[in-house]
Design a protein around this ligand. Structure first.
Ligand SMILES: CC(C)(CO)[C@@H](O)C(=O)[O-]
Length: 456
């Protein structure tokens, strides 16, 4: 874990359009006690406010952990659906966390915003309920168009680009965006579709979490498994890097830039060598104890991401296809045989990735046997839970399969490797999702204004 560093914050960003909130005006004093180190006259100026896009379990855990710091930073929750914003407000604009053997903790003081652009009313594909209060018919007030210095994205992988687009103009090259979600490939999509110009795009940090969080009510979470959050700063691309728009999405996120200054390539770069907002965001997350966050070198983070990808590539689709809890996968010899088959193929693809060529111990670390041990450990620890993909399918939602097994498939395709097992899994999970959605639709054949008129 890296050393923490103190960051002073600007009381109010001069580019903000909205008037300062009381939380922001006290930012400079508060920032100095969030993390500890030496302040110099030349300390970087970073607005303290942290915006969080994605109001699922991980987003709420991070928000709660930040707001329960001794001197918490101001936190804005960004909602892209009016109904979600309303749920938050009607449940007291607070987040509640239940942890094993710990008392329940409740956090307050959030600012909540709707992220729809002002002209969303006329956009053809905007869901009406996202704009108009179903009870009163009122439209929400326009959100303050404050510049976003620090953004944490915890949306599902497939929702990220659409959720980020309405706020993308509030991010600048001085901002930092942390992408904290399951799956891989989203950073490349964001760069290609939202920030094609390397010179003006924000800084990025990638993260993965192993915390086991489950909802117990609106904005009430239960932490069943204590995990960690691993974070890695992504070096900026050179402005002369390839034009992503022209050449399509390249799914490897390693850049053409030299690695950031660091005494040893396995060590993360010191926070004070990073852009100020990246240093501030990392330092603040590292100081939030319940998150158990660690700052890794980007090579270490990539390995951890790929290990998690391999775990998800096995547990998630199999729990969908066999309609079972994570632990039930382990009790069935035939399923375990399939696990080994999937991992053999995943391991072949991951070990061939060009960006891992210099990773020490790559072939052992990503060998089928080691990945199998990791899968077994996670399935045991989460034996009583249903995987996130199982829950998505059951709730008729789109899954993250394209960013998990689909990512393995895309990378195999780039390298001209066969990847039939993962190809089949992607199609089978999509087929299962379609069956569930069609069955649900068949049960409610006639829907008007969101109300089922004739449920069967
Ligand atoms: C590890 C995992 C499969 C445990 O349920 C989790 O990442 C999930 O549900 O996606």
């Amino acid at each position: 874990m890296s050393t923490k560093q103190e960051w002073s914050a600007s009381p109010q960003d001069s580019r903000n359009i909205s008037p300062p909130s009381p939380h922001d005006t006290t930012a400079a004093a508060a920032a100095t006690t969030t993390a500890t180190a030496t302040t110099t006259a030349a300390s970087p100026v970073v607005p303290r406010r942290i915006h969080i896009l994605g109001s699922g379990n991980v987003g709420n855990l991070v928000a709660h952990s930040l707001r329960t710091l001794p001197n918490p930073p101001p936190v804005t929750l960004l909602f892209h659906k009016f109904s979600k914003l309303e749920d938050f407000q009607t449940s007291g604009s607070r987040i509640e966390l239940h942890r094993p053997l710990k008392e329940v903790s409740i956090s307050y003081g959030y600012e909540a915003e709707l992220t729809l652009p002002p002209n969303a009313v006329v956009a053809a594909n905007t869901p009406l309920e996202a704009l108009v209060d179903p009870n009163t018919g009122a439209t929400p007030p326009p959100p303050p168009q404050r510049r976003i210095a620090n953004l944490i994205i915890t949306t599902k992988a497939h929702q990220t680009v659409a959720a980020l687009r309405p706020i993308s103009e509030r991010l600048t090259k001085d901002s930092t965006v942390l992408i904290l979600q399951n799956g891989m490939g989203v950073l490349e999509e964001i760069k290609a579709e939202i920030f094609p110009d390397p010179a003006s795009r924000p800084n990025f940090v990638l993260g993965i979490t192993t915390h086991g969080i489950y909802p117990e009510g609106p904005f009430t979470l239960v932490q069943k498994g204590m995990g960690t959050i691993s974070l890695g700063y992504v070096q900026r691309d050179h402005p002369e890097a390839p034009d992503w728009k022209k050449e399509g999405v390249v799914r490897s996120w390693f850049t053409s830039s030299p690695p950031p200054p660091s005494e040893h390539p396995d060590k993360p770069p010191p926070l004070n060598t990073l852009p100020p907002s990246s240093g501030y965001l990392l330092s603040t997350l590292l100081s939030a104890k319940p998150l158990e966050a660690a700052h890794l070198s980007i090579a270490e983070l990539l390995s951890a991401q790929l290990e998690k990808l391999a775990i998800n590539a096995v547990i998630n689709p199999l729990t969908v296809l066999f309609n079972c809890k994570n632990g039930e996968l382990l009790e069935n010899f035939y399923i375990v045989q399939n696990m080994r088959l999937i991992l053999w193929e995943v391991s072949q693809v991951l070990c061939a990735l060009p960006e891992l060529a210099a990773l020490p111990g790559r072939d052992v670390r990503l060998s089928p046997d080691r990945l199998y041990d990791l899968v077994i450990r996670v399935a045991r620890l989460s034996a009583g839970n249903y995987s996130s993909m199982f829950q998505d399918v059951r709730n008729g939602k789109q899954t993250e399969i394209d960013y998990i097994n689909g990512y393995v498939l895309d990378r195999a395709r780039d390298m001209e490797l066969a990847c039939t097992v993962n190809y089949m899994l992607v199609n089978m999970v999509k087929a299962k999702g379609k069956i569930v959605q069609e069955r649900a639709a068949a049960q409610v054949p006639f829907v008007l204004f969101g109300h089922a008129l004739c449920p069967l």
